[in-house]
Design a protein around this ligand. Structure first.
Ligand code: ADP
Ligand code: MG
Length: 252
């Protein structure tokens, strides 16, 4: 399951909500299979950045490419045209997204949570979906919970299921927005372990987290954001061990 795809290129992206500039001229280049951790204080634009990568937020300026495909816009000649809904849906297949709050469907079993959308959207046959779900439940160590209801699982187990669900279509890129922030401390490790496994699989990962120890272990690159801007980016070793920016130093 080794990808050679998953390069992300973010060029001059800005995004405002009214007068508030949530993203201010953000540029970032991520190599296929790389693991990037985004750090920064609350309100610095981390979630907005992830949301723009997955078309959940429209950019005001700049553009984002995944393996050369424009997110939100496509270029023809020297003009940018906004992508149609169908093209956006096609691209979203290549990006898995995991939120703080799991968002499992409460009225579906674990297995149904995994297979429902890919079957409904005709992305996988029922047979393929069940096979793939079985493999992924093994990856997250929860095959024995296939027929359980989400409410009977711990938060850590629910988040591991949410990760498996995001992997169903074998995305080139996985985005994590504070995947352990809603968990009891004793359940954080089991979710981070699954993400570490993914980090070794060749999928490009972008992870917003406050777990600096985890970032040290797993990140190739670390990005530090303040007020919608990237104030520091570099190798994990450089940013975490020799931070240059005053705000990064204070944060760590
Ligand atoms: P972070 O994830 O780093 O905490 P966010 O990206 O969620 O930051 O938010 C960045 C800024 O944009 C914050 O000031 C937030 O209040 C604002 N913001 C985010 N989403 C919206 C929205 N949909 N409408 C208005 N303001 C928003
Ligand atoms: Mg956030």
């Amino acid at each position: 399951n080794l990808h050679t795809a998953g390069a992300i290129s973010i060029t001059g992206v800005s995004k405002s909500f009214g007068k508030l500039k949530a993203l201010d001229d953000v540029s970032l280049e991520l190599e296929p299979g790389s693991v990037t951790v985004i750090l920064g204080p609350s309100g610095s634009g981390k979630s907005t950045l992830l949301r723009t990568i997955n078309h959940l937020e429209r950019v005001d300026e700049g553009y984002i490419q995944i393996d050369g495909d424009y997110i939100g816009y496509q270029r023809r000649g020297d003009k940018l045209y906004e992508l149609k809904e169908q093209a956006i849906l096609r691209q979203r297949i290549n990006v898995g997204y995991v939120f703080q709050n799991f968002n499992l469907f409460p009225h579906l079993t674990v297995l149904e949570n995994l297979i429902e959308a890919p079957i409904a959207h005709r992305q996988l046959s029922r047979h393929e979906a069940i096979d793939r779900a079985g493999e992924l439940l093994d990856v997250v160590g929860l095959r024995h919970k296939a027929d359980a209801w989400p409410r009977h699982l711990s938060g850590g187990q629910q988040q591991r299921i949410a990760i498996a669900r995001a992997l169903m279509l074998n995305p080139r890129v996985m985005l994590f927005d504070e995947p352990t922030s809603a968990l009891d401390p004793e359940l954080v490790g089991e979710v981070l372990d699954v993400i570490k496994k993914l980090a070794r699989s060749g999928t490009t990962l972008v992870i917003v987290t406050h777990e600096v120890g985890f970032a040290r272990e797993v990140a190739d690159n670390v990005v530090f954001m303040v007020d919608g801007r990237i104030v520091e980016q570099g190798s994990s070793n450089q940013v975490l061990n020799q931070p240059r920016h005053e705000r990064t130093k204070r944060f760590l």
